[in-house]
Design a protein around this ligand. Structure first.
Ligand SMILES: [Zn+2]
Length: 323
């Protein structure tokens, strides 16, 4: 992970040497136009929306500049070819299996088990594979632009649209076709997420569900660590929606938010580790004592209270496409 973060910082300079010349934009959550600069990370100013608290890089690269970056940059290649393959199997049991369980549980509680699931940004298909293990009757479809990743999905027997969500929407075989459309950890990569969220809705049948996970600006580790938070890594990550911003975005894209939760488990551990590595990372004395001296039970209870208050930096948004 350290190597990936180092390459990302290098790539930011190589691909975007003049950040001041890049385009600026409005809040990706509520479209608010006034912001306050919070800090600089990898050369990018990170601003907070004065209205909804969403954090975002501004100025930031365009979609065209980002697709070149993802195709060619050393950090993107390191992630896809070295980092992810090395951790994939560990992530299957730690991340993808619980994720599949929770997704079906949420769908079951809000309209019933889906007959068809589309995963947008499916990677090598681990989530869909885990869904298939939980229920063999569910149709599994992947939307994935990466050629090698799409091939891995096909090798697993998944139905694959090789391309972006916006292209899949234009295909009548994919439009309106799923009971549940999911996208995990994609939304923070987008400076202008409106089209993407609209596309997720258009892949979903009327009355179906859209489930998105991503990084939340309200989260403890992002709020406390700011520029020290590893999650805040432009140009890979450009937008960190607040709960208010996420709700505004989904509503604007014609989707009704029915569950917003922050089930993240790592905030306290992440901040405690950052403080041990750099004593100036946290200054508040009460918080320092809690992070440095608390036993495992106290930390677990602190993390549980963050989850309960919607203050973990890992958010899940479940929305319905209206009939
Ligand atoms: Zn906003």
């Amino acid at each position: 992970m350290a190597e990936y973060l180092r390459l990302s910082a290098d790539d930011a300079v190589r691909y975007f040497p003049d950040i001041g010349a890049l385009a600026t934009g409005r809040c990706p959550g509520c479209r608010g136009a006034t912001t306050t600069e919070r800090f600089i990370k990898n050369g990018f100013p990170i601003v907070a929306c004065d209205f909804c608290g969403t954090l975002f890089a501004n100025p930031r690269p365009t979609v065209g500049q980002m697709s070149e970056f993802y195709r060619d940059s050393a950090s993107a290649r390191y992630w896809a070819n070295t980092f992810f393959p090395a951790v994939a199997e560990a992530r299957r049991s730690k991340i993808f299996r619980p994720r599949a369980n929770r997704a079906l549980e949420l769908a079951g509680n809000n309209g019933g088990l889906p007959q068809t699931v589309i995963d947008v940004g499916a990677g090598i298909g681990l989530f869909l594979e885990e869904i298939g293990r939980l229920n063999t009757a569910i149709g599994l479809r992947a939307v994935e632009p990466g050629r090698d990743a799409a091939e891995s999905c096909r090798a697993k027997g998944l139905e694959v649209y090789e391309g972006f969500a916006g292209d899949a929407v234009a295909d009548p075989a994919w439009h309106d076709s799923a009971d549940l459309v999911v996208s995990f950890e994609v939304i923070e990569h987008l400076a202008e997420p409106d089209d993407f969220v609209g596309d997720l809705g258009a892949l979903c049948r009327p009355g179906g569900l859209v489930l998105v996970s991503g990084l939340c600006a309200d989260g403890f580790d992002i709020q406390i660590l700011g520029e020290r938070a590893n999650a805040v890594s432009p140009p890979h990550h450009l937008s960190f929606l607040s709960q208010q911003g996420a709700r505004a975005l989904f509503e604007r894209c014609g989707l009704e938010v029915i569950v917003f939760e922050t089930p993240g488990q790592l905030d306290v551990e992440i901040v405690a580790r950052a403080l041990k590595a750099d004593d100036s990372a946290v200054t508040d004395p009460t918080l320092r004592r809690l992070l440095l001296d608390a036993d495992d039970a106290e930390r677990a209870s602190f993390q549980a209270s963050l989850v309960e208050q919607g203050r973990s930096s890992h958010m899940w948004i479940l929305a319905r496409r209206p009939y």
